[in-house]
Ligand binder design. Structure first.
Ligand code: NAP
Length: 282
């Protein structure tokens, strides 16, 4: 697992088989980085010794930490597992990065906020997660800040990509229902994994200041607005209706307002969706 020399440096990616990892890794390679792809089969982040050994063997310039427990609803009944992966696993990564002078990029989430604000969230706004997933990801942020000073925390939201289960594909698969109701009182920023990968690569390319960044799609919408745009762009005639959160109860509570200020670092979400749909293979 040792890396060849690359003038841009070596990047170890955790959770490389996930939805983000599968877009990020080839884009890093195209940008000139030597990429070491890892996932649970060769780097289980909950195994402290394995984590330390793998990172000290590779001595990467950067670790982009995509591995996570990501099932928001199931986390409500699997709190221990979510905490082990998202908090303890991230602590293991942060300590190993610090010991090897590697810069750590941690992918976090809008679900660290409670959604009670009514203007876009800034990186230093108060966090207050509503559910287990958001709480465990927040504990991951704390571990990164405590154990690895050389870090970027990039909070993203409403992620979709060609290599994973996501809202866009779920909506398309439901298009032939006689009637489709989608929540209209939760607003946020849809983000394509390719645009997020670009933003992450820019951070490390440009040697940006360490700290927290909001890396979500530009503009904002509700889940209903997102669904409507998907069907419009797909030229699909769907019997779509807005509904309230109360009409569509889920095990995990979600923030009603999770719009983040991305400082213009990602393009408008509708433009990204258009490209995603054009490149989509049925
Ligand atoms: N998806 C979203 O809407 C969203 C929104 C905001 C932030 N994020 C964050 O963005 C990042 C990437 O998300 P994603 O959607 O690409 O997630 P994903 O598709 O679920 O990928 C996560 C990867 O981590 C792996 N993994 C799980 N436990 C592990 C362990 N103990 N050791 C090593 N790898 C492990 C998973 O393997 P298995 O599949 O075998 O479990 C999977 O390959 C995550 O940090 C997530 O919290 C996601």
């Amino acid at each position: 697992m040792s890396a060849d020399f690359s003038e841009f440096g070596t990047v170890l990616v955790t959770g490389a088989n996930g939805m983000l990892g599968q877009d990020l890794c080839p884009m890093l390679e195209d940008s000139g980085y030597e990429v070491i792809e890892t996932d649970i089969d060769n780097l289980d982040i909950t195994n402290e010794i394995q984590t330390r050994n793998v990172i000290s063997d590779v001595k990467p310039d950067y670790v982009i930490h995509c591995a996570a427990y990501t099932n928001v609803d199931k986390a409500e009944e699997e709190q221990e597992k979510a905490e082990l992966i998202n908090a303890k696993g991230t602590e293991n990564i942060a300590k190993a990065c610090n010991a090897n002078n590697s810069c750590l990029v941690y992918i976090s989430t809008d679900y660290v906020f409670d959604g009670t604000k009514n203007s876009p969230y800034e990186p230093d706004d108060m966090t207050n997660p509503l559910g287990v997933y958001g709480l465990t990801k927040f504990h991951g942020e704390q571990a990164v800040q405590k154990y690895c000073p050389k870090h970027y925390i990039t909070r993203t939201s409403w992620l979709y990509g060609h290599h994973g289960k996501n809202f866009v594909e779920t909506m398309i698969s439901l298009a032939d229902k006689p009637e489709l109701k989608v929540v209209n009182d939760q607003v946020g920023c849809p983000t394509w994994t390719v645009d997020l990968s670009d933003a992450i690569i820019s951070l490390i390319d440009e040697n940006a200041d360490y700290g927290i960044y909001h890396t979500c799609g530009g503009g904002n919408t509700s889940w209903y607005g997102f669904a409507k745009e998907i069907f419009d762009q797909m030229h699909m005639d769907v019997n779509l209706f807005p509904c309230t959160t109360e009409e569509y109860p889920r095990p995990a509570k979600r923030p009603k307002y999770s719009i983040m200020d991305n400082q213009g670092c990602l393009r408008d979400w509708k433009l990204a969706l258009k490209e995603y749909i054009e490149l989509r293979v049925e």
